[in-house]
Write a protein that binds this ligand. Structure first.
Ligand code: 5AD
Ligand code: SF4
Length: 436
């Protein structure tokens, strides 16, 4: 009999990818994914530890699930992901309703872990080893995905930005070999995927022998059936000539790039151990846009990093104007246990962080609105990858990752069509199919 699996995913796209892979690992045991935890046999919270609030959300969800568990069937409750890696044993202590805690590098062992959790109910199984052998060698073939899918090519990080937990929760950098990535690409393309996003915590640090990410992108793009390629998330210090050339020459590489800069102040960038200054970034943005003039750049920003003054913050606002971002995500600095920045003097008061975040976000929102409005009247290729909100509608992605709502026949699902944009909303576009 089919067993019901409910996975709730927090955090980044790598976590979203891991959740899909967990479902692949559990499918041979008869687990079928469901949309609600109610009545599920196995509930997995795939957690994120990047900022304080992320972990708090997990504990409040665990509170809700405790009531569900008390009221009903014999559900196994598991916590995976980055909070699991960082807090391990403490989760089992603080939330005794949890049966299993496992890390981002151990989910290939889920079948045996779940079996143990079932046998040893009430004890709490823990597996958060960062194994020397990569989990990728033990994962089954990727299941069928939609028209757009991720492939993890790189995981972990060796850069140690001083604010960041990733090197601790995900471990050191690991790159999958090109033949493995290309095999997964072929398999996805054969099963209906036409847009591939190469994924990594520091994806452009990917290398293998004399291959860099630029070469991998071209090889993925050359795979029959692949029509679009993207990569995320990248670091400015690892953008090399080969990658810039790929933006210039590889038409299937989409003209949207998330390239976080974090701050516009050289002093703060140094304290963050970013390995580049604001001018390096300006130059890089310029070179990328020369290579691909329609390239849309987005970024992440942290406000209130220890020692950040009003002048440092102003330098961030200035950089936003100069680099020409189309949108950006911004966060208040959150001291993470075990990271260097948590221990720095000059921690910025909460009210100052909130005030700067509000100013930054007001600016970013107006930039984003302007960008969405500029699209009106343009025609662009849209990949339809989901049903729309209303009957007779499909939802697709523009080359720049914008969601586009279009009245279109269901047969167009999974294909790319030319759409004329008729309206720009805050976070999406509306358009009509261009006459064939
Ligand atoms: N505090 C606030 N924001 C953070 N980020 C990473 N670590 C922290 C932290 N300690 C942000 C960065 C990163 C994004 C994924 O999260 O901007 O690019
Ligand atoms: Fe969150 Fe970072 Fe883990 Fe992704 S890798 S889930 S952003 S802590």
């Amino acid at each position: 009999m089919a067993k019901k699996l409910y996975i709730k995913t927090y955090g980044c796209q790598m976590n979203a990818y891991d959740s899909e892979r967990m479902a692949d690992v559990l499918a041979p045991l008869g687990y079928v994914s469901v949309e609600e935890p109610d009545g599920a046999d196995l509930v997995i919270l795939n957690t994120c530890h990047i900022r304080e609030k992320a972990a708090e959300k997990v504990f409040s969800e665990l509170g809700r699930l405790k009531r569900l568990k008390a009221g009903g069937r014999s559900m196994i409750l598991a916590v995976g992901g980055c909070v699991a890696q960082a807090e391990g044993e403490d989760i089992l202590k603080r939330a005794p309703q949890v049966d299993l805690v496992f890390g981002p590098q151990t989910y290939h062992r889920l079948p045996e872990l779940v079996a143990r959790a079932e046998r040893e109910r009430g004890i709490g199984v823990l597996d958060i080893d960062i194994a020397p052998e990569p989990k990728f060698d033990h994962l089954p073939e990727t299941g069928v995905r939609g028209p757009a899918a991720f492939i993890a090519v790189q995981e972990g990080c060796d850069r140690f930005c001083t604010y960041c937990v990733v090197p601790y929760t995900r471990g050191g950098e690991y790159c999958r070999p090109p033949d493995e990535v290309l095999k997964e690409t072929r398999h996805l393309a054969e099963t209906g995927t036409c847009e591939i996003t190469l994924l990594g915590q520091n994806v452009n640090a990917w290398k293998s022998g004399d291959w860099g990410l630029g070469r991998l992108i071209r090889a993925v793009a050359a795979t029959p059936g692949v029509r679009r390629v993207r990569y995320t998330t990248s670091h400015p210090a690892h953008v090399d000539e080969e990658l810039i050339r790929a933006h210039a020459e590889e038409e299937k590489l989409m003209p949207y790039l998330h390239l976080p800069v974090q701050s516009g102040s050289d002093r703060i960038l140094k304290a963050m151990n970013r390995g580049h200054d604001a001018d390096d970034y300006r130059l890089l943005a310029h070179r990328l846009k020369q290579a691909r003039p329609d390239l849309a750049l987005s970024s992440d920003f942290i406000v209130g990093f220890p020692g950040e003054t009003e002048a440092d913050f102003q330098a961030t606002l200035d950089l936003i104007d100069e680099a020409g971002f189309v949108l950006a995500y911004s966060f208040k600095f959150s001291p993470r246990p075990g990271t260097g920045a948590a221990l720095l003097s000059g921690q910025v008061p909460e009210e100052v962080k909130s005030e700067r975040l509000a100013r930054l976000q007001a600016k970013l929102i107006s930039i984003q609105h302007r960008w969405y409005e500029e699209m009106v009247g343009q025609s662009m290729d849209v990949l339809f990858d989901r049903p729309g909100r209303h009957a007779g509608q499909l939802l697709g992605r523009s080359p720049f990752m914008q969601p586009v709502h279009v009245k279109a026949p269901a047969e167009l699902m999974g294909s790319i069509a030319s759409v004329r944009i008729t309206k720009g909303h805050a976070n999406s576009l509306a358009g009509i199919l261009a006459a064939a």
